[in-house]
Write a protein that binds this ligand. Structure first.
Ligand code: BG6
Length: 492
């Protein structure tokens, strides 16, 4: 469906509607769609939470949130006023079907899309869906949107999926991995499948290895209680990093439809070589940050940040691992994945490093013929860079130098970069599931991740320390160095 179509009339219900996700991300995203003129005139948004509040009070709170979180150059009073009129508030215990009748009374009976966004603690997903079913709110037009984490291992993830699935069929369940809504992540599909150039090179014959990094400069930011139970493996690797790996490694889907794309991603997950107790020590590194400095600012150690004694938390804030895909296209090509909090800088990127040229014709003094690299920069400074060898412009002896063909999205497309939630919420309302995780995707990801978590638990080692503001523990460098490779850590 073309983006210039307006979404049909809708009732979007946000459980946890007074919480951080709703105020910081969901309302600003819907406001931007309003500003783009994409919302049907009678589309409505209902926030549900426990504390009593009138519609007017909620609108006030929403307005403050917009003023705080919408970039000032896109904030205008007329649009905000139109948008705020769409909002309503229902004080309900979302797990009590009787209480949900208060919400039911305000929703339209039919003839419009109904979407329930569960921006709540994940242990409420099952109970809320049960209550929606019992209250007769989950009719055939209704969809449900779930945020990660979906379980903390395979069994708990299955349990959530079963319980949600008993009320909403799979074609009505939208599991969000917000990375899939990022512009540059969607651009990966365009890069690979709207251009002829790369596909012939996109295999083990031409590619030496792939690196995927999701590095954050931030720490746990007041989410210590959640994070300490989760750790980087569950928080980022199981979802965002594996999704990125799927988009890089998948076969071209036959069509751009939700199942064709998700079938190909599942095949990638199924071909991941298991890492278990025998190989975890060799192929994975876990780390936890100690005090350090980022951009000249002193930052505390993880244990201090979460308020625990250093010895009592063995949660990893950093993971690096070497993954292998056992299939024809990628046999023998390592996929190095890495993520961490309090790293040297915020940087999410994919580096595809090609093989060396087969034969050297340049004299040694000309300098190194380094392998070509395609760098897909997800954030910040979104763009695509193809780093090549060129001749230095000099009349003297021939010298080689690295230079990049740069496609900076900010410079090329002088337009606003939409937030991931703008796209994802629109897709929910339009019923397009391509950018959402299907149940089997989530479960196959857990199947691969869980033996690694088990191996770590059995080994019982403390995570390796790294100084906040660095690129992780020395063992992460060693993981690639043993294969004669190195992480891309230079800036630009
Ligand atoms: C979330 C994680 O899924 O992604 C957070 O729970 C993390 O811990 C965040 O900070 C990173 O998202 P982004 O969009 O800032 O890269």
């Amino acid at each position: 469906m073309a983006d210039d179509d307006r979404v049909a009339p809708f009732d979007l219900v946000v459980f946890g509607g007074a919480g951080d996700l709703a105020l910081r991300k969901l309302l600003p995203a819907m406001y931007q769609r309003e500003r783009d003129g994409r919302l049907a005139d009678d589309g409505r948004i209902f926030a549900v939470a426990r504390s009593p509040m009138t519609d007017e009070e909620y609108r006030k709170r929403a307005e403050e949130a917009l003023r705080r979180h919408v970039p000032p150059d896109t904030m205008d009073n007329a649009t905000a006023a139109t948008f705020l009129k769409r909002l309503g508030y229902a004080a309900c215990n979302a797990t009590d079907p009787k209480d949900l009748t208060k919400l039911k009374a305000r929703l339209a009976d039919g003839g419009r899309t109904r979407a329930f966004y569960l921006a709540t603690a994940p242990d409420l997903f099952g109970p809320i869906c049960d209550a929606l079913g019992a209250a007769g709110l989950a009719q055939s037009q209704a969809r449900v949107v779930l945020e990660k984490p979906l379980g903390h291992d395979l069994a708990s993830s299955r349990a959530v999926n079963e319980r949600v699935g008993a009320v909403f069929g799979e074609d009505r369940v939208f599991r969000i991995d917000h990375y899939l809504g990022k512009e540059t992540v969607q651009n990966l599909m365009a890069l690979r499948f709207a251009n002829r150039l790369f596909e012939r090179l996109w295999n083990a014959g031409e590619i030496d290895h792939v690196q995927i990094t999701v590095a954050e400069a931030l720490g746990v930011e007041g989410r210590g209680a959640y994070y300490d139970k989760s750790g980087a493996m569950r928080d980022i690797v199981q979802n965002h990093l594996l999704q990125l790996l799927c988009l890089v490694a998948m076969e071209p889907p036959a069509r751009l439809d939700a199942d064709a794309v998700r079938d190909e991603k599942v095949k990638v997950l199924k071909s991941l070589r298991p890492i278990d107790a025998a190989t975890a020590a060799r192929d994975t590194v876990r780390g936890q940050y100690t005090a350090g400095a980022i951009a000249g600012q002193a930052v505390p150690a993880y244990a201090q940040e979460i308020g625990a004694d250093r010895k009592s938390s063995r949660t990893e804030t950093f993971v690096a691992l070497s993954a292998a895909l056992d299939n024809w296209r990628w046999s023998g090509v390592p996929f190095y994945l890495r993520t961490g909090k309090r790293m040297a800088e915020r940087r999410s990127e994919i580096v595809v490093q090609f093989r060396d040229v087969p034969h050297a014709i340049f004299p040694r003094e000309a300098g190194e013929v380094a392998p070509d690299r395609l760098v897909i920069r997800l954030q910040p400074d979104e763009g695509i860079h193809l780093v090549l060898n060129t001749k230095t412009p000099t009349p003297g002896k021939l010298r080689l130098q690295r230079a990049a063909l740069n496609l900076s999205f900010a410079e090329t497309f002088k337009t606003r970069h939409p937030d991931a939630y703008e796209r994802l919420l629109t897709d929910v309302l339009r019923g397009n599931q391509t950018l959402f995780m299907r149940r089997d995707e989530v479960e196959w990801a857990w199947r691969w991740v869980e033996p690694i978590l088990d191996a770590w638990a059995t080994a019982g080692d403390a995570p390796k320390s790294y100084t906040a503001g660095s690129w992780g523990p020395a063992a992460s460098t060693a993981l690639l160095a043993r294969d004669g490779r190195a992480w891309r850590e230079e800036t630009g």
